[in-house]
Design a binder for this molecule. Sequence first.
Ligand SMILES: [Ca+2]
Length: 484
Amino acid sequence: MKTIAKFAVPLAALFVASPATWAARADRRPNVLLFLPDQMRGQALGCMGDPDVRTPHLDRLAAEGVLFRNTFANTPVCCPARAILLTGRYAHKNGMVANDLRLRESATTLAEILSGHGYRTGFIGKWHLDGGPRLPGFVPPGPRRQGFQFWAANECSHTHFAPVYFRDTPQPIADNRFEPEVWTDRAIEFLREAKGQPFFLEVALGPPHDPYGAPETYMKRYEPAKVAVRPNWVEGVPGAGRREIAAYEAAINAVDDQVGRLLAALRELKLDDDTIVLFTSDHGDMLGSHGQRLKRKPWEESIRVPGILRYPARIPAGRQTDTLLSHVDIAPTLLSLCGIPVPKQMQGTDLSPVALGQSTNGPDSVFFQIFVPFAGDGTPHPWRGIRTPSAVYARTRSGPWVLYDLDKDPFEQTNLAADPAHAALREQLERQLAGWMTRTGDSWDLNSLEPVEDKGRLYRFETFYTIDDYVQWAAKHPELAPRD
Ligand SMILES: [Ca+2]
């Protein structure tokens, strides 16, 4: 009797389809390779129709997997976006509502969950979740690395031609090559050490973030006078002219080559079939569209990011989808593709059925949040927004700001926010937006009007977890915290 009882459970389990499938796979979970270039807008890819920029490796990656044509950054600025990606929680829930705060050590990240399931984890590149002084940028091994084991990174530096980074000691390592080449070397080193253990590797490349530029080989392919500017581009925006656009495209071309080099290493090591490769970015770049610079804005050039997912073992090649995907959905989707339960605190949608080609169902809209003003890139007030498949709407606390009918006006050249003929659409989007705020626990009271991101207030002297921490510190140190 005892013997039979012993066998009863595993035998029964074999006849239940789903658990048996996972039992068979349990010893070989897929690897995850996340590429995260900084400030790369989703339009800037050959496979997304950009007429100039050369991205043959990324175009092939998309052709071998699924291209999520509608991928967005919920909080389109660096640190909040990176925290959303790793926690699957909106900025006001993970705490990273502004640049240069520190992500709480108690946050549960994708790296921690995967390492808890036997993954070897690695982080390479720009971290920007440690808060405080950006330089020298050593993040010590331990909880501040949020579950990452292998480490070759700095906190935040945009010296793309002379990167300095750290491994496990405060000893800086300098290199004089273009930064993506250095990160790719470290990534190949990580892959060569994989030895059959499943891995999660994040490669957070600095370019195409400003200062815009790339090695000469790439720069000479893009002539400022000949770059195709977007129909909503405005000439004369400082730091966002034809020269910058050309250099931005050259940087993306260079990043593409390094992605190609890493994918070749993956293939050579026979890891490509069972590796989920995701290529996205933390936010886009206005680059002169609507007369604007950089990010934090509700316009397409700021909120849209690349969304390429390849996983040959399970995802059919050659698909494109218009299902809405945003940063908050990425952690749950990746966990699900790895066969790991999605923790309840994650707020995004598991879009693995869309990735696998089993469904096209997704969220009816994407939710956007900016909590603090930043005069530095021309974002004067906090805002909330929503994007459906056919419209985008954003408002500040005091009232409507922008509304565009994206079917009729894809370049957002006619703002309908105050147009009486579109009042019904505005009211409908207003209700949907209010629904997002309620469901996610958001409130206008979570905004701060303190210019905490201007003049590096959050990273010049001290490390802060919250804006309140900064405000209290600033009250005690008026000499270090100028108000203007
Ligand atoms: Ca960024």
